[in-house]
Design a protein around this ligand. Sequence first.
Ligand code: IFM
Length: 452
Amino acid sequence: MLKATFHFPPDFIWGVSTSSHQVEGGNENNQWWDWEAEEGHIKGGDRSGAACDWWHRAEEDFDRAAEMGLKSLRLSIEWSRVEPEPGRFDDAALERYRSMLEGLRQRGLEPMVTLHHFTNPRWLEKQGAWINEGTIAYFARYVERVVQALGHEARLWCTINEPNVYASLGYLIGDFPPGHHDLKEGLLVLRHLLEGHAAAYHTIHRLQPTAQVGLAHNFLVVEPANPRAFLDRTAARLSDWAYNGMLLTALQKGLLLPPMGTAYLPHLRRTLDWIGLNYYSRIHLAFDRHAPEMLYTRIVADEKAEMMDGNYGELYPKGLYRALKRLARLNLPIYITENGIPDADDDRRPRALLLHLRQLWWALQENLPIRAYYHWTLVDNFEWIDGWSLRFGLFELDPATQARKRRPSADLYAAIAQGNAITPDLVEAYAPEAWEHLYPDAGAPPAEEAAL
Ligand code: IFM
């Protein structure tokens, strides 16, 4: 069997990704802090607490990323720190972010700055946050202030992280704050987030014409539980549209289509310099006439699927290739802004990393315009409703002592980034069990499923 080396393009960017509330610690002034304090919301009653203490020691982890040979780090700005009260901006908080970004650049790490990653200032949440149209203007005002303060340290901006996750978990499923179960609300929130993105895009470009602005889309591969059943197929298609297609169409064409609405919003068009892909998993859906609030679907477990820790979902590397093919239809540079796996003992991450990167490599062979891959994440961090129970880090964290321990997959990722390639030696050393999946079909790209 030919055991080839898989090379990546010379200017390919290897990075890691994270978000403010998950790493900074002490973010007492946002809605998640309150949500965590209420019983029953977070697994094991966990709290973000001091998180990874980035507010005081982010630079120590920047050293780790730089030492691995990475070229970029994605982090987010915490709105509740920058604007703790409506219209009052905190210069000291902005200065801390400025020094973080400077610290990244000094270490050869280009910052990618996310402006909204799930958290809202408490004052905004109290008045309904993204359910209100007025939040779009508040967001643009905050973005303006951030870009004025930090624009000379960053040019790569991600306006909003995973609008579909924020809207569906907060307003449909109810796991995220404010814990509602209302499809109509969810769709309205989604629309406002998209408009917030557009407002941010125009604001950033007004202040910084050379900026590169995008949005991170969480792409879920959605398939029918029974591909032969018409109703399952239809239900899966509809959910795929509502979760993936509808949002991407709105951003590409400025068209709001049902169920989000019916409108042409020209200011939404051409508001992406790149599109971000957060990819983790796939689901299988069956038609369920008793679940109108879930677009008449229910999730059906696939017996054959390999599940990730804590029932996080199916480990499905090929979905990365499929997601990339889908996003390539937008004709924009693609940044893989997140991809990773919860795996506390690191016994699956090396294989998962290799298999996902192999799919990415296939996509690159087809000349898909993929510029970067950001692994989620550098150091174990606060995983929202799963608290500290899910560990996504290349480094293990003990939140009580703040001690970090390098996992083998950090070495593997560093070697790939430094060599800009996956070599047979690396496969042999870190995940020999991945051989058969990495090399079985060296001549043919993975078939693209008809459903997509
Ligand atoms: O931790 C999250 C992140 O905040 C958003 N995307 C998915 C990650 C893993 O669940």
